[in-house]
Write a protein that binds this ligand. Structure first.
Ligand SMILES: NC(=O)C1=CN([C@@H]2O[C@H](COP(=O)(O)OP(=O)(O)OC[C@H]3O[C@@H](n4cnc5c(N)ncnc54)[C@H](O)[C@@H]3O)[C@@H](O)[C@H]2O)C=CC1
Ligand SMILES: O=C(O)C(=O)COP(=O)(O)O
Length: 525
């Protein structure tokens, strides 16, 4: 039974779903990094929010871990590259808390416009400072949305409901989408110059870190108001302090901080600062949404292999997973076949999907072909990291889909180009389940792959098969299956021979010494 650890506070629905689906679950929140490292090796899955830091060290210790589920959106607390290297799938719940977070940004907008938090403190202190808290109206003002994805576009929608004009800076926002959601797409500097309110909704990346710093404040209108419900590192907090002190920024509302938990900050205590402790996603509705989603997604993956919302692996629905399973076996064998024959650097890989398979989700199959191909020569390759490794090694990977059937109802053909040659191998599923190799090097043959196999290329000459049988008999090797094919009469022949025992080097040497043999390789599947 798979075992999951929930290491951040989450709606009880997550644990209930894991249990309902037959997954053992432990809930241990507030662990420090040593405590987490000490127990993580026991788990197949880890469910987190933003507190747990899934660092490279934790992943190193996570010897059984297969999946990390983020009940929320941002995954900056998870070392994605390290997870990928360890073959751990990382998934999030990209929509479960977006409305709630957008609503928090709108709440911040009002809080700033009408200074509600400070007015509340003053009023409850018995001061009745009516003239101190003069506000600004939102209608007719310009809101600049930086990052107009799921949350940014909901904020834009709500702001238009308040009769604000919305400018958006997002390099990936298409003009059509901008028009559809009623925002004006502008460059960042233009937005900074024109906006009365600015709300940030980008992920934290190398490009967005400190995107709002001294230079940006310099461009803004005097008396601008800034809202950050995305990630702390987007705003240079020291520069913000200066901008608040000088009055350039009339108010800033921060839900997120460069270091969290933010128990102290030079910004704290500033009369024009509104601060909340990373509450963007904290509504009961959003927390139930993300808990259900993350538990369902992780359970699907652990129980069926279905992959939804993964950030380091192609998606595969729970319905697709069983249909793809026999193809995964075939893809792994085809990749492994070519990989075991490959002796020099791989330049290009082309995978053709023909007939039935071309109508399926081929992305996971390509990942598995690459895993099979790279595994014989590299440590710790799996379907999660194989596409990344291929990219890092400048291997050009292409997929070709032929929906029409050829000689077979369904076929995967792999062509691998190395520094020295090009090799092809193709396979099908018999009765839609059992993998069979049906073509090697352009030569048709039909072979089931097994543990101990000889792959031989020889000149197509009479007497060769007899000589080979005699040589194997001499070493007491019992032939289980013998599959032969040839290019053309008198050309070259390919043999795939399964034997019952492990094949020693002296057998390979003896076969290599036979007349007409061009190549002999031991293959194992
Ligand atoms: N405060 C909180 O509790 C919560 C914070 N968040 C954070 O909100 C942020 C946005 O989340 P979503 O809208 O769901 O993400 P999303 O991926 O739907 O949208 C992000 C947008 O930012 C844009 N973007 C990327 N790089 C950019 C750049 N250099 N300049 C301008 N735009 C850029 C993307 O094109 C995309 O449209 C994330 O950082 C997420 O972690 C999300 C949920 C809760
Ligand atoms: O979903 C996100 O990106 C969030 O920032 C929410 O964080 P949380 O789950 O509330 O710790």
């Amino acid at each position: 039974m798979p075992k999951v650890l929930i290491s951040d506070k989450m709606s009880p629905r997550a644990a209930e779903i894991f249990r309902e689906r037959g997954i053992e679950v432990d809930e241990k929140t507030g662990l420090d990094k040593e405590e987490l490292a000490a127990i993580i090796g026991d788990y197949d899955g880890l469910a987190v929010r933003s507190s747990t830091k899934a660092t490279a060290k934790i992943l190193e210790a996570a010897t059984n871990l297969k999946v990390i589920g983020r009940a929320g959106i941002g995954i900056d607390n998870i070392d994605l590259a390290a997870a990928t290297n360890h073959g751990v799938v990382v998934m999030n719940t990209p929509f479960g808390n977006s409305i709630t977070t957008a609503e928090h940004a709108i709440a911040m907008l009002f809080a700033l416009a009408r200074q509600i938090p400070a007015a509340d403190v003053s009023t409850q202190a018995g001061k009745w400072e009516k003239s101190r808290f003069m506000g600004v109206e939102l209608a007719g003002k310009t809101l600049g949305v930086v990052g107009c994805g799921n949350i940014g576009s909901i904020v834009a929608d709500r702001a238009q409901g308040l009769k604000m004009r919305v400018l958006a800076f997002d390099p990936y926002l298409s003009p059509e989408r901008a028009q559809e959601i009623g925002v004006t797409k502008v460059e960042l500097d233009d937005l900074l110059r024109r906006a009365d309110f600015i709300s940030l909704h980008t992920p934290l990346t190398d490009k967005t870190r400190n995107i709002i710093g001294e230079r940006a404040f310099g461009l803004m209108k005097l008396g601008v108001r800034l809202i950050n419900c995305a990630r702390g590192g987007l705003v240079d907090e020291a520069a913000l302090k200066v901008a608040l002190d000088t009055g350039k920024v009339a108010g800033a509302a921060l839900d997120v901080f460069a270091t969290e938990p933010a128990k102290e900050s030079p910004l704290f205590g500033h009369p024009n600062l509104v601060a909340t402790p990373h509450l963007g996603a904290s509504t009961s509705e959003a927390q139930v949404n993300v808990a259900i989603q993350v538990a369902e997604q992780m359970a699907d993956f652990l129980l069926t292999g279905g992959v939804t919302n993964a950030l380091n692996m192609p998606s595969m629905t729970a319905e697709e997973a069983p249909r793809l399973k026999p193809y995964m076996a075939l893809a792994r064998q085809i990749g492994g076949f070519a990989g075991q024959l490959t002796r020099s650097g791989i330049r290009a890989v082309s995978i053709e999907y023909e007939g039935h398979v071309a109508g399926l989700n081929t992305k996971p199959l390509t990942a598995v072909v690459l895993e099979g191909l790279l595994k014989p020569n590299l440590e710790s390759v799996n379907m999660v990291n194989a596409p990344v490794i291929a990219r890092e090694r400048d291997i050009d990977v292409s997929e070709v889909l032929h929906e029409r059937e050829g000689d077979y109802h369904t076929l995967i053909r792999l062509t691998v180009t190395t520094e020295t040659q090009t090799r092809t191998v193709a396979g099908t599923l018999f009765a839609n389940r059992a993998p069979r190799i049906v073509e090697v090097h352009g030569v048709p043959l039909e072979a089931e792959l097994s543990d101990h196999m000889l792959y031989i290329i020889n000149d197509d000459r009479p007497g060769f098969v007899g000589a080979l049988g005699a040589a194997l008999g001499k070493y007491d090797l019992n032939i289980a299956t013998f599959n032969l094919g040839r290019s053309v009469k008198g050309g070259y022949a390919v043999a795939l021979i399964a034997v019952d025992q492990p094949i020693e080097q002296e057998v390979l040497d003896a076969v290599a010494g036979l007349d007409y043999v061009q190549q002999v390789t031991h293959l194992s599947f």
